[in-house]
Write a protein that binds this ligand. Structure first.
Ligand code: TXA
Ligand code: MG
Length: 330
């Protein structure tokens, strides 16, 4: 299959919308990461997303909408909490898990009776959904297990020849995937941490918002049963070996210098990632850097841990997975 490169223009977005309506696959930018989109209500189209990504079929899709009216077809009614949170955070980098309607095929939800829905703020994403006149199912546009793509070139690296088209938009603003928040239980629960944190949500609700307990565990732990199917799979792995160094900032810097020298003396090409505690920058750059370092042939990446508060917790979730939880404490 030849993958069309579509520069951002009204005409090309209409063309991309047409491809989606006809059951094809189009990668497109959002404010978080690039998504790989298909008509969320077309079973065959959604199946082809799983194929193109090599994604396990029990890992459900996020369904993207571009106005509040599109919700009605997808879900069976909204709680007061849901309305408050959508009002406050949509359009934006957060996904809400809700009860699904009959219109949403089980292929899209990985067999679940719930559906994850997101109203992205990215302009190109909104225009595409409107052009397609369909809700768009879109996981991140990477091969399953690799870091999520934040540029059109990252998408092409994984998807060229596997999908119909890529919209060649800008680098994504946020750089990590949306927060996934389950609203089907008594207390809103974050299943995947992201740019919007539990603290942000609970400030709006003036009540408790939880993190799924599985987020504090390593996947090898016997008690690890995440509520979000995607959280159990291996993720964000570059080819290079990744190690996290955690502790006070000076001790971490010293340890990293020592380790770098040691691995280099063993003949390895070693890179260092240290955001100096800037979690906003870390979110924006981390996936892009993993991919860039792979292209440059690094064998080892040493990463300075972030403080696990709010956004730092969300980025550390990705860092730990990319390192297979290989953490050196100093
Ligand atoms: O920022 C994002 O969310 C990006 C862009 C493209 O919007 N999309 C994205 O999709 O990250 P994906 O498929 O890579 O991640 C979706 C996550 C997975 O962890 C999946 O298991 C979870 O959302 N999820 C989807 N539907 C769910 C449901 N009904 N219940 C629980 N978790 C669900
Ligand atoms: Mg993904």
């Amino acid at each position: 299959m030849k993958t069309e490169r579509l520069q951002v223009s009204g005409e090309n977005i209409n063309r991309a919308g047409e491809i989606i309506r006809e059951g094809g696959l189009v990668a497109f930018p959002t404010e978080t990461v690039y998504g790989l989109g298909a008509d969320a209500l077309n079973e065959e189209a959604v199946k082809s997303i799983y194929m193109a990504k090599g994604r396990p079929s029990d890992n459900p899709m996020i369904v993207h909408i571009a106005d509040f009216d599109m919700l009605e077809e997808l879900t069976t009614g909204l709680s007061v909490t849901a309305v408050k949170l959508m009002d406050a955070f949509w359009p934006g980098p957060i996904t809400f898990v809700l009860k699904k309607s009959e219109a949403v095929p089980y292929v899209t939800t990985g067999g679940l009776d719930t559906v994850a829905i997101r109203f992205p703020s990215g302009d190109v994403a909104q225009r595409l959904i409107k052009a397609a006149q369909r809700p768009i199912a879109a996981p991140s546009a990477n091969i399953s297990g690799k870091p999520s793509p934040t540029t059109a070139l990252d998408v092409l690296e994984d998807m060229d020849g596997r999908i119909d088209a890529v919209i060649m938009g800008d680098t994504c603003d946020v750089g990590i995937e949306s927060t996934v928040c389950d609203l089907t239980g008594d207390v809103p629960t974050i299943l995947r941490p992201g740019y919007i944190t539990a603290e942000n949500l609970s400030r709006v609700l003036c009540s408790e918002v939880r993190y799924d307990e599985a987020l504090y565990l390593e996947p090898t732990s016997g008690d690890f049963h995440p509520k979000s199917p995607g959280m159990k799979y291996k993720h964000y792995s570059p080819r290079a070996d990744v190690k996290i160094v955690e502790g006070g900032s000076e001790a971490v810097s010293a340890k990293i210098i020592g380790l770098k020298a040691k691995y280099e003396s063993e003949g390895m090409k070693v890179a260092v990632i240290n955001y100096g505690g800037d979690s906003r920058k870390a979110a924006h750059d981390f996936f892009a850097e993993l991919r860039e370092l792979d292209r440059e042939g690094y064998g080892m990446i040493l990463v300075a841990a972030l403080t696990e508060d709010e956004l730092g917790f969300s980025v550390m979730n990705r860092m730990l997975k990319s390192a297979g939880y290989d953490v050196i404490k100093v």
